[in-house]
Design a protein around this ligand. Structure first.
Ligand SMILES: *Cc1c(COP(=O)(O)O)cnc(C)c1O
Length: 394
């Protein structure tokens, strides 16, 4: 952590790395955390320095010591060559897709991708001449059959948003790379702590830092990390946008980073406990959680992931929408809202049927997505038991 100790003798484990990465206290009078640098203009001492642009910081949009500390920490944690920050996770998705496509290109997008990703693809990307095609997330290496000479990007998101399909990312990456395409992963659910994206073959990895990195539902931030092949192109696209992120948000995200491993471990434990308990409830038809052996993606998850986060879904028995509302509206500890990954538990009724195009979403009953927070599991179960009791399923 001191500047001299930067070359560590051992490869640090990730839970240690989140406490160490991106810090250089003796650059800042020994203060443990990097300070918040606010600034647009950066002064050059001489005309020669200005012409060379060789100082570490040149203008606010290109980064400050605060934002760079987060970028560097994330690169270390993700096993990436470079990372850029964006004002939201969705902005990170747009930036990654624009880095890997051009007019006339063909992009393959997992049908289970985050819905706003589809809105970006179907609106903006198509308008700029990119041919967007959705594919079955369970296609695996079969994605080779969809590759065209002009395919430049394949987007994976595993597990899929809401529906939780686990993708064979290494097989998809191998097929995409055989055709020279860039593999983009939306790795928000797992974070690099639970799925090392670049080690698994992804070129660009997106994290909605809004979720587990921030961890407290109090900021929006996105990150795109890149391997050696794509780092330059990513940085150039980022610079073209002037998409500077706030140093205050970067500082809050760095603070979140220091407890991220701890929070994820606890949320994994609590979510799995609740998922197992829900599986045995008479009101529940299926629990979609990849760490459950009953999940169709369980074997792939075991092979490729180092754990599970706190988000999973549930398919209820066939009951009315009104009955589901009665369950959800009466919950005291679960908020109804978008986003997830904070310390507070959330629940969201969802239905993917209206926007999936390559696959059919037709479960046997209504679906709920849960994000488990840091409350006591016994309190959460009591709340859910009272809620499910309102369904009166025998
Ligand atoms: C929330 C989310 C995003 C977007 O993050 P924002 O910061 O809310 O824009 C992207 N991908 C996934 C999988 C998400 O769940």
């Amino acid at each position: 952590m001191s500047n001299e100790k930067k070359e560590t003798k051992h490869k640090l484990r990730l839970a240690t790395l989140v406490t160490q990465a991106g810090r250089a206290p003796f650059d800042h009078f020994g203060f443990v955390n990097p300070p918040i640098y606010r600034g647009s203009t950066v002064l050059f001492p001489t005309v020669a320095a200005l012409e060379g642009l060789r100082q570490p910081y040149t203008y606010g949009t290109k980064g400050t010591p605060t934002t760079r500390a987060l970028e560097q920490a994330w690169s270390e944690i993700a096993g990436a060559v470079d990372t850029v920050l964006t004002p939201s996770g969705l902005a990170a998705i747009g930036l990654a897709l624009l880095t890997a496509t051009h007019a006339g290109a063909h992009a393959l997008i997992a049908d289970s991708a985050y819905q706003p990703t589809r809105i970006f693809c179907d609106g903006l990307l198509k308008r700029f001449g990119v041919n967007v095609e959705y594919y079955d997330p369970l296609i695996g290496g079969g994605v080779a059959t969809l590759m065209r000479p002009e395919t430049t990007a394949v987007l994976v998101e595993s597990p899929g948003s809401q529906s939780m399909e686990v993708q064979d990312v290494p097989a998809i990456a191998a097929a995409a790379h055989a055709h020279g395409a860039c593999v983009i992963a939306d790795n928000t659910w797992a974070t690099p702590l639970l799925f090392p994206p670049h080690e698994r073959g992804c070129d660009l990895a997106i994290e909605a830092g809004t979720k587990y990195l921030a961890g407290h539902a109090d900021l929006l931030i996105g990150l795109v990390s890149a391997n050696a092949k794509w780092a330059k192109r990513l940085r150039a696209t980022f610079n073209a946008f002037g998409m500077g992120s706030s140093p205050d948000d970067a500082s809050l995200a760095l603070r979140g980073l220091r407890t991220m491993a701890l929070r994820l471990r606890e949320q994994e434990r609590a979510a799995l406990d609740i998922a197992q308990w829900l599986q045995d409830r008479p009101e529940v038809s299926r629990v979609l959680h990849p760490a459950l052996p009953t999940h169709p993606g369980h074997e792939l998850w075991k092979r490729d992931f180092n754990g599970a986060s706190g988000v999973f879904s549930v398919i209820l028995k066939d009951v009315s929408k009104k009955a589901v509302a009665a369950v959800v509206d009466g919950l005291e500890l679960f908020g109804i809202g978008f986003s997830w990954g904070g310390y507070e538990s959330l629940v969201l009724p969802f239905d993917c049927a209206s926007y999936r195009t390559a696959t059919r979403w037709a479960p046997e009953g209504p679906a709920l997505r849960f994000s488990i927070g840091l409350e006591d599991v016994a309190d959460l179960k009591s709340d859910l038991a009272a809620g499910l009791g309102r369904l009166k399923v025998s």
